[in-house]
Design a protein around this ligand. Sequence first.
Ligand SMILES: [Zn+2]
Length: 175
Amino acid sequence: MRCPSCRHTDTRVVDSRETDEGAAIRRRRSCASCGRRFTTVEEAQLLVVKRSGVTEPFSRAKVEAGVSRACQGRPVDGDAIAALAQRVEECVRAAGSAEVDSGEVGLAVLPPLRDLDEVAYLRFASVYRSFASVEDFESEIALLRLERAPATPPPRHAPPTTDVAPTHPRRAGQA
Ligand SMILES: [Zn+2]
């Protein structure tokens, strides 16, 4: 591994630890020539098989770009999109295979995007599922309505109640 500062090839690992619950290994390296330290991350490569049959490495940036397009003009910030892309990657990697279809990636985008913004979700779904007609939108919207969480959250659980009447301290002079 070359030093990113001076391109020297002799670098030494000074620290190595697992990240992302063991999905990746992060190494601190030190350059033997200039002494600069830098970090490398090693993780299993995940390949995406496109519809054309071509494979390419999974790219979180591509997921973000696709979701950003669907979110244009919507009140969704970049942090939320980055977090969504991370969830998608975790979801796709959790399946445990080294290759996934691009369709599976799209499928993994849909549930978190629906939670994030329903309009962006419909836009994304219309492209991903190739909606061909207004009816496709209508049936998807009908599904959304059905599955939508209630507008107001259910009341918080009241503090535990007991059937036993509250006990009162005995009044002086009683009994
Ligand atoms: Zn160096």
